[in-house]
Design a protein. Structure first.
Length: 368
């Protein structure tokens, strides 16, 4: 970072923001304090934040903007696995809320390096103070960016969860997790947020889908319900709501007919034994012998079979108006490592089998 750029960041970090500045909010729910960012969708004001800040289903949510204005809010959608949630102002709007959800297509070509300067925005409702915290690129996954503070005296704090993070003025994500011991900050990427929440933030979002649950032997098994709700949110971009919710145009149920562990041939075994050492042997017998020895070791160390589940399920989607649609889905799903037979592991296998059928039925039933 150049001296001019660093000086500019320090100046901004202590600046008093005027009315035209960005629109972060401070969020209170019970003892939890976090941050968020307000976006306008039509006449509605939506706030993007970290799910763990507003985890409670019953405690009141209060919002405060930089002017000290406040509002009550309700959590309308969440994806706990990504630690993101969407709030909506539930009374007459007082907080600033004029910005629209930005385009995220540019993020696909982003190739950050340690030279790039990211900025996290810390907001204080008392006096409208905003602090910009300089961060450096430290890694990425398919869902997150890992950033490190530039100045050890100005670090991300627990109350910054949900804060927006920018690069050259563009939103790249929100603070998900702070790791003080590792001096790192996890940021949920904007392209992941856009995939899960973009339609809701832009408007014209899909209708919620009511969840009847996963039935086993004719009865709904409550252990499976959280995983089905999570699958609906991640795979269809819809809010999962209770079966009687009046806002849902369709409801989904899954009859689990069969799920049992099995073993399947390991395709890597054939690959391990398929190496041809004949050409190497023709050139050098000693190297050929080494090649054959390594091949035998590879075959001996490769499991002959993999753990898997045999799954059969009847997927049903019932629209509010019209006849229900259903489809039988079945298949065998290999799993990584040793089978634990946990509900999470079994639902992952179920989702692999039922997913395509469920999406087809949702489209067929006209759930929007």
């Amino acid at each position: 970072m150049t001296g001019t750029r660093f000086a500019l960041v320090l100046a901004l970090a202590t600046a008093w923001c005027g009315p035209a500045a960005a629109q972060p909010v401070e969020i209170h729910q019970g003892a939890e304090v976090g941050s968020g960012y307000a976006f306008r969708r039509g006449d509605a004001c939506l706030v993007l934040t970290a799910f763990h800040v507003v985890r409670s289903d019953v405690a009141e949510i209060r919002l405060f903007d930089r002017t000290g204005a406040r509002n009550a809010a309700e959590r309308t959608f969440q994806v706990p696995s990504e630690d993101i949630a969407l709030l909506e102002v539930s009374d007459k709007r007082n907080i600033g809320c004029s910005e629209r959800w930005p385009d995220s297509s540019w993020f696909a070509s982003l190739n950050p390096t340690s030279r790039d300067l990211f900025e996290a925005v810390r907001h204080s409702p008392e006096g409208g103070r905003e602090t910009l915290i300089a961060l450096r690129y430290a890694g990425r996954t398919t869902h997150t960016l890992t950033l490190a503070p530039v100045d050890p005296k100005t670090r991300i704090q627990k109350g910054d969860s949900g804060s927006m993070v920018r690069l050259d003025g563009r939103l790249v994500g929100i603070v998900k997790q702070v790791r003080p011991d590792a001096d790192r900050v996890e940021v949920v990427r904007i392209d992941v947020i856009d995939k899960l929440l973009g339609e809701r933030l832009r408007g014209g979002g899909r209708s919620p889908l009511a969840i009847e649950g996963v039935r086993s032997r004719g009865r709904v098994d409550p252990r499976w319900s959280p995983y089905l709700r999570e699958w609906v949110a991640r795979s269809t971009g819809r809010q999962a709501v209770p079966a009687g919710d009046p806002g849902a145009k369709c409801r989904i149920a899954v009859d689990l007919m069969d799920i049992r562990p099995t073993q399947v041939p390991n395709p890597q075994l054939e690959q391990a034994g398929g190496q041809d050492c004949s050409l190497i042997t023709l050139v050098n017998r000693k190297l050929g012998a080494t090649c054959e020895s390594e091949k035998r070791k590879s075959v001996a160390s490769t499991p002959r079979t993999l753990a898997a589940y045999i799954v059969s399920a009847d997927v049903q989607v019932q629209p509010k108006q019209g006849a229900p649609v259903a489809k039988l889905a079945s298949g065998t799903v290999p799993i990584e490592g040793r089978a634990t037979r946990s509900i999470e592991e079994q639902f992952s296998a179920l989702a692999t089998v039922m997913g395509p059928a469920a999406k087809e039925l949702i489209a067929q039933a006209g759930c929007d």
